[in-house]
Design a protein around this ligand. Structure first.
Ligand SMILES: NC(=O)c1ccc[n+]([C@@H]2O[C@H](COP(=O)([O-])OP(=O)(O)OC[C@H]3O[C@@H](n4cnc5c(N)ncnc54)[C@H](OP(=O)(O)O)[C@@H]3O)[C@@H](O)[C@H]2O)c1
Length: 278
């Protein structure tokens, strides 16, 4: 199927590893031009090399921190100068460091405001910076990556979930506001994923080390989920295995492609069925 991505101008924020890298590879294989953003240039360059090999005609890398409007504005100004317009914005970056824990653990309000600044306001900054260039393009798509856990009662994740729920609300409003501009906005909410590195990678790897479960087994990963989050979190996954980054990358590429021409304002769970509500 032709996704209509050949030579499309695609910006991926949070592309130095994990789901963002997997999504970049998918867009590259469909012939899109890519601008990759994250803090770690080395990770971005690794993604870029893979994308060039897969057939992307142009890959640009920008080291920028989402908490800094100056960083984000500078990266988008450079992208605008190079391309003149942007078709696709993938907001995937998130840093959940220090946000895991039960309610009473957090007596310092700075934990909440800093997490909100990093995640929710980070997505505001990139969207604000991209919009003038998206308005110049013939078609536009925004995909904001949230999490299925915003809709679950997960005490250990409440700080992170509050920030991710905020960007879901922003996405609904943006979808309505930007539809007349030809820009469709959707949310992709992943369930649990096998990831190398990253914050979540560190959290789960230390758990695997403690319990003797096998981090390379998608089945053990489900057991880890249930043990960490309780209430049958692992058993609830219909596919009986955890997801892989490439499966999320493919879903992001679909939401962010030209062929997806009528879907907007949706929050799509990619979670092996674990959050089915009927
Ligand atoms: N993994 C899961 O199980 C899971 C489940 C549900 C939802 N999600 C969501 O899916 C998305 C990707 O998750 P992942 O597991 O692939 O995460 P990851 O491996 O930790 O990657 C996160 C990406 O975001 C970038 N990033 C983080 N903080 C940033 C900042 N302040 N400024 C710029 N870039 C920043 C990171 O690059 P640098 O460190 O180089 O900046 C990296 O490229 C996230 O939004 C996450 O919340 C993940």
């Amino acid at each position: 199927m032709d996704l209509g991505l050949k030579d499309a101008h695609v910006v991926l924020v949070g592309a130095s590893r994990g789901i963002g890298r997997a999504a970049a590879r998918k867009f590259a294989a469909d012939g899109a031009k890519l601008a990759l953003i994250a803090r770690n240039l080395k990770g971005l360059e690794k993604t870029a090399a893979q994308c060039r090999e897969l057939g992307s005609p142009e890959v640009l890398c920008f080291a920028a921190d989402m908490v800094s409007s100056a960083d984000i504005d500078a990266a988008f100004a450079a992208i605008g100068e190079a391309w003149g317009s942007i078709n696709v914005l993938i907001n995937n970056a998130a840093n959940s460091v220090g946000t895991h824990g039960a309610f009473e653990k957090f007596t310092d309000e700075a934990v909440y405001t800093e997490a909100y600044d990093r995640i929710a306001l980070g997505y505001v900054r990139t969207t604000r910076a991209a919009l003038p260039y998206m308005k110049k393009a013939e078609w536009g798509r925004i995909v904001n990556v949230s999490t299925t856990s915003t809709a679950s009662a997960s005490p250990m994740l409440h700080v992170y979930n509050m920030t991710k729920a905020a960007l879901v609300s922003m996405s609904y409003a943006n979808a309505k506001e930007f539809a007349p501009l030809g820009i469709l906005v959707n949310v992709l909410s992943p369930g649990s994923i096998m990831v190398e590195g990253g914050n979540w990678g560190e959290v789960i790897n230390s758990y695997f080390a403690k319990t003797g479960l096998d981090p390379n087994s998608p089945y053990d990963a489900l057991k880890m989920q249930s043990q960490m989050f309780g209430d049958g979190a692992g058993e609830a996954v219909w596919t009986k295995r955890i997801g892989y980054v490439d499966e999320y990358g493919a879903a992001i590429a679909w939401l962010g492609c030209k062929a997806n021409s009528y879907m907007t304002g949706a929050n799509v769970n990619v979670d092996g069925g674990s959050n089915f509500k009927g």
